[in-house]
Write a protein that binds this ligand. Structure first.
Ligand code: ZN
Length: 435
C-alpha cells in the first residue's frame, strides 16, 4: 500500500480557545510540523519531536520561513455578486435595486452560474479561504451549479438557495410554497453529501412574507443539522422598513426568533443595530454573527460593536460579504475589522482576528473538530502564509518582535499575495504564481 502520510514543515499556528477569554488560546511552533494522513490532521507540533517519529519514506514539504495555519473561513458571502464587486452606490437599498437584482437574474442560466462558481472558488482559494457560507440566488440551479463545482474540488462548503417572495422584482420572486419545496429538495440532494452542507437562506425579513418565514422555520426544525443564514440589522433605513413590515415584533432579530430561526448553526450577517436583549437572545440560542467590516464601511451601514457582543457572549466570526464587501481576502477583512473596532471604542488584537477567521468561525458554525484548527482528526484544510510576500511585508516583518506583531503586519498589509499555497483535505488546491 502506498504511504499516504504527508508532512509539512513551517511555523505552525492554530487556536484552541478565544484569545479574548483565555490566556492559553493558541499553539505556536516556530519550527513546526503538520502531519496529514488521508486528508486529515494526524499530528501538529514541534518539528524536532514529530519528525523523528515519522515512518521512513514520508514525503516532507518544506515551508520553512512561512506560516502554516488552518484555512480561513468566510461566514457570509454571495457568490452571484462576484461580478458586481466594487459597484458604486449610495447605500444598501439603491445598491440592491441597481446592481444586485439584475446581476442575480443571470443565474437562471446554469451555464452562467457554473462559470461564476468556478471563478468564485478560484478567488476564495487564492485568498486562503477553504470554507465559506455562501448565498446563491433564488434559482435552485444556482445552488446545483455551486455545489457541483465545490464538490469537484473536494471543498467543505455551506450554501443555500435564497428565499424571496416579496419586495423584489418579479423575475427573482419565488413563492412561500415553491421556496420551501425547492429548499427541501436541495437539502435532500446536497446536505451532508461529501463535504457539502446546506443553509436555509431567506435573504432578509423584508423580502419574505410571514408565510415564507414560517415555512423556513419549519424546515429549520425538520432538519436541525442544516444551517440557517440571513441578514439582520445592517443599516438604519432597513431597520425602519422592518419595523413597518413587522409591527408586532419586538425588534428585527425578534422577527426571526418568532419563526424559530434562532438556534445553533444559524448565522446572522451584520448585527449592527441590535439592542441588549437581541444580543442576549442570540447568545442564549447560540445564534452566531458574521461581522462584515468591508461591506459595512463600503455601504456606510454602521460599525459593529465588538465590546457589547463580547459582553453578551454572542458567537462571532468574520466575513467578506462580497459583493457588498470589497475584498475576498480575509486578511483585508481583518484590516478593516481592526479599524471598525477602533472607531467603535474597542481594540482587536491580531491573534483575536486570526482566531475569528479560523476556530472562532468553526465554533460559530458548530464545526469545531471538523475544520478551524489542527486538532487530531480534523480535516486538513490549511494555508501557507508568506511574511515576505511583498517588499513592504518583507521589510516590516523583518522588524517584528513578537507573534502578535507578525500577525498584525500580515493582517494590515497582506492580501491574496501573502497566500503561498492553499490545501483542502490534504490536497493542494492553490499555488501562488510568482514571476
Ligand atoms: Zn450579504
Amino acid at each position: 500500500m502506498p504511504n499516504t502520510l504527508q508532512a509539512y514543515r513551517g511555523s505552525l499556528l492554530h487556536f484552541l480557545a478565544d484569545p479574548a477569554f483565555s490566556d492559553q488560546s493558541y499553539a505556536w511552533h516556530e519550527d513546526g510540523l503538520l502531519v496529514v494522513a488521508d486528508g486529515k490532521v494526524q499530528a501538529a507540533g514541534d518539528y524536532a519531536t514529530l519528525h523523528a517519529a515519522l515512518p521512513p519514506g514520508t514525503e516532507l514539504h518544506d515551508y520553512s520561513g512561512k506560516l502554516l495555519l488552518p484555512g480561513f473561513i468566510d461566514t457570509h458571502v454571495h457568490y452571484p455578486q462576484t461580478d458586481m464587486i466594487a459597484s458604486p452606490s449610495e447605500g444598501l437599498l439603491p445598491w440592491l435595486e441597481t446592481y444586485t437584482f439584475p446581476t442575480e437574474r443571470q443565474f437562471e442560466d446554469p451555464v452562467h452560474a457554473a462559470g461564476v462558481a468556478e471563478f468564485f472558488l478560484d478567488e476564495l482559494l487564492r485568498c486562503g479561504t477553504t470554507t465559506a457560507m455562501v448565498y446563491c440566488t433564488v434559482h435552485p440551479q444556482s445552488v446545483d451549479a455551486f455545489f457541483t463545482a465545490s464538490e469537484a474540488r473536494g471543498l467543505r462548503m455551506v450554501a443555500g438557495k435564497v428565499m424571496m417572495d416579496r419586495n423584489c422584482p418579479e423575475f427573482l420572486r419565488d413563492t412561500a410554497e415553491s421556496s420551501a419545496r425547492d429548499t427541501e429538495a436541495l437539502i435532500q440532494r446536497w446536505h451532508q453529501r461529501g463535504r457539502s452542507l446546506y443553509a436555509i437562506t431567506p435573504r432578509f425579513a423584508p423580502t419574505s412574507t410571514e408565510e415564507q418565514l414560517q415555512l423556513a422555520g419549519e424546515l429549520a426544525r425538520a432538519y436541525p443539522d442544516t444551517f440557517i443564514q440571513t441578514h439582520v440589522s445592517e443599516n438604519e433605513a432597513e431597520c425602519a422598513w422592518v419595523r413597518k413590515l413587522f409591527p408586532k415584533s419586538r425588534s428585527y432579530i425578534d422577527v426571526y426568533d418568532s419563526y424559530g430561526m434562532l438556534r445553533p448553526r444559524a448565522m446572522y450577517g451584520h448585527c449592527i443595530w441590535l439592542n441588549e436583549q437581541d444580543r442576549l437572545r442570540m447568545a442564549e440560542t447560540r445564534s452566531a454573527t458574521a461581522i462584515c467590516p468591508t461591506s459595512n464601511l463600503f455601504l456606510g451601514s454602521g460599525l459593529f460593536d465588538f465590546e457589547r457582543a463580547d459582553q453578551a457572549g454572542v458567537p462571532l466570526s468574520l466575513a467578506t460579504d462580497v459583493g457588498g464587501g470589497t475584498s475576498f481576502s480575509m486578511l483585508q477583512t481583518m484590516n478593516e475589522a481592526y479599524k471598525v473596532a477602533r472607531l467603535s471604542g474597542s481594540y482587536l488584537p491580531a491573534l483575536r482576528m486570526f482566531y475569528l477567521a479560523t476556530l472562532g468561525a468553526a465554533r460559530s458554525m458548530q464545526l469545531e473538530g471538523t475544520i478551524g484548527n489542527f486538532a487530531a482528526g480534523a480535516e486538513a484544510d490549511f494555508i501557507v502564509l508568506d511574511p515576505q510576500a511583498t517588499p513592504l511585508l518583507q521589510r516590516r516583518t523583518a522588524r517584528g518582535e513578537s507573534l502578535e506583531e507578525l500577525l498584525f503586519a500580515l493582517a494590515l498589509l497582506g492580501d491574496d499575495r501573502a497566500v503561498a499555497a492553499t490545501y483542502s483535505a490534504g490536497r493542494k488546491v492553490h499555488t501562488r504564481e510568482t514571476n
